[in-house]
Design a protein around this ligand. Structure first.
Ligand code: FRU
Length: 489
């Protein structure tokens, strides 16, 4: 096993050697400097900065090695790259510093994460670990604080910690010995000693039937008077308009009694209907906003044929989104700060009747807001950059996102039911799109394959429509900087 210094030097060398220029590289999303990025971890505001840690394999574009990469920013636009916060150098994390969360206490930053260990017999062990920092950049590991309780398999991970009155609480993603997904709660007075509180949600706890074989990356918080559990269940069967990706991420809304740990909640709703969205995490910022970022990727069979692999990196995080509860659903809205990305604006009113309308852009990086003031007819389509299509079929109340499959280039779709669309808000980065419908009621996040790029949207309407159209070319903020090369690892 390599020592911490050896691992850090190897990662540093990879960064120094990496020279690739890549036209697919996203311009205003967080991507890994090299290698693979997956879950956002440890989202927190600490000493005047937002910190975003993430699951990172700096050595390859697969999931064989995991450390915590690290960016920080004071405005969510300009990012600074830091040395990895956690590298797997100790026995209890030898096969990966897996996902987790951050809290601030007594001016110190605490990271809780899962130490993943593979055994020689092909099994695994799991340890919930703690690391503490005074400056938000260098962390001292304190080792495991929670061991696997009885009744669970070692698929027990991704601790999310929060403060409830004068107590610390932690929710963990788990799999029972009966191979069902569950979340469990621990409590602590000092962040070191943790007591088992019992399960929070899952089959036999808050649900009455099987709902996946493992629940990953739980997050539990109060918002607008409701208690919300976000979780990423694995093993849900695809259904029409639902669970179409390999793994899902969604939420329950309910009421939680902190004294008895009883959580009564409604049904599970997916957070996003696009091809690439998983393992979201939220945090509360100093202004009381609940902000979410997710992995804009999917660990599925298309991962290894992704275009960006050729340039030595893969995946990204979503843009940050602010959450609110409305009509029993979570709404997502791009955070205000993203308006700073706006460059040249254009606005127009389009009246379209049984025809196509071409809107040309002077850059591929776009923010687009369309208010649909009137629509009489069966169907409209918006082709985005000659690569993807958003299609609304009014008769069947279906909205569809279409893209080319990374493996075989055939068209593939993701769909969901919706009666009416009166507002569309899109962020287009070089090879990604995020589409918010009806002010964040329904969201589609996806990467897409790029061949030749035509910077345009093509709107076609079967029927009659009046659209109030606005778009902005966006600035590209390169967050990589030379400071990294000066940082002592
Ligand atoms: C979710 C996940 C987590 C785990 C991490 C490892 O994508 O599987 O459960 O901690 O990724 O990278």
């Amino acid at each position: 096993m390599e020592t911490e210094i050896q691992l850090r030097n190897q990662i540093f060398q990879r960064l120094i050697d990496y020279q690739h220029q890549d036209e697919n590289r996203l311009a205003f999303h967080l991507t890994p400097p090299i290698g693979l990025m997956n879950d956002p971890n440890g989202l927190v505001y600490y000493k005047g900065k937002y910190h975003v840690f993430y699951q990172w394999n700096p050595f390859d574009t697969n999931h064989t090695f995991k450390c915590w990469g690290h960016y920080s920013s004071s405005d969510f636009i300009h990012w600074e790259e830091h040395p990895p916060a956690l590298v797997p150098s100790e026995w209890y994390e030898k096969d990966g510093c897996y996902s987790g969360s951050a809290i601030v206490h007594d001016s110190k930053l605490y990271l809780f994460y899962t130490g993943n260990v593979k055994t020689t017999e092909g099994g695994r062990e799991t340890y919930q670990c703690l690391a503490v920092s005074d400056d938000g950049v260098h962390f001292e590991k304190k080792g495991p604080v929670i061991y696997l309780p009885k009744g669970f398999t070692p698929h027990f991970r991704d601790p999310k910690v929060w403060k409830q009155e004068d107590k610390w609480l932690m929710v963990i993603g788990a799999q029972t010995e009966e191979l069902e997904g569950l979340t469990a709660v621990f409590a602590s007075n000092d962040l070191i000693n943790w007591q088992w509180q019992g399960p929070l949600a899952g089959n036999g706890v808050s649900l009455s039937k099987y709902f996946g074989y493992m629940w990953e990356c739980p997050d539990f918080f109060s918002l607008n008077g409701k208690d919300i559990l976000i979780v990423s269940p694995q093993g849900l069967e695809a259904q029409p308009f639902q669970y179409e990706n390999l793994y899902q991420s969604g939420y329950f809304i309910g009421e939680w009694d902190s004294k008895t740990n009883k959580y009564v909640h409604g049904t599970f709703h997916e957070l996003d209907h696009g091809f690439d969205f998983y393992a979201p995490q939220t945090f509360e910022d100093p202004n009381g906003r609940r902000i979410l970022l997710a992995w804009m990727g999917m660990g599925d069979e298309q991962e290894q044929t992704h275009q960006s692999i050729k340039s030595g990196w893969i995946h990204s995080l979503t843009i940050p989104r602010e959450l609110t509860v409305k009509d029993g659903r979570l709404y997502q809205k791009p955070i205000e700060e993203l308006k700073q990305l706006r460059n040249k604006a254009r606005s127009e009113i389009f009246s379209i009747a049984n025809e196509e309308k071409e809107v040309l852009f002077d850059s591929e990086l776009q923010e687009i807001i369309i208010d649909i003031e009137q629509f009489e007819g069966n169907k409209w389509e918006i082709q985005i950059h000659n690569h993807c299509k958003l299609i609304f079929n009014r008769k069947d109340s279906i909205v569809t996102l279409e893209r080319q499959n990374f493996n075989h280039s055939k068209l593939e779709t993701r769909q969901c039911k919706i009666n009416k669309i009166d507002n569309i808000h899109m962020y287009l980065d070089r090879t990604s799109l995020e589409i918010f419908l009806n002010n964040g009621q329904i969201v589609f996040s996806s990467r897409y394959y790029k061949k030749t790029i035509k910077n345009q949207c093509l709107i076609s309407v079967e029927g009659k429509a009046k659209l109030r159209w606005k778009n902005w070319s966006l600035y590209s903020y390169q967050y990589r900087n030379d400071t990294l090369k000066k940082v002592v690892f």
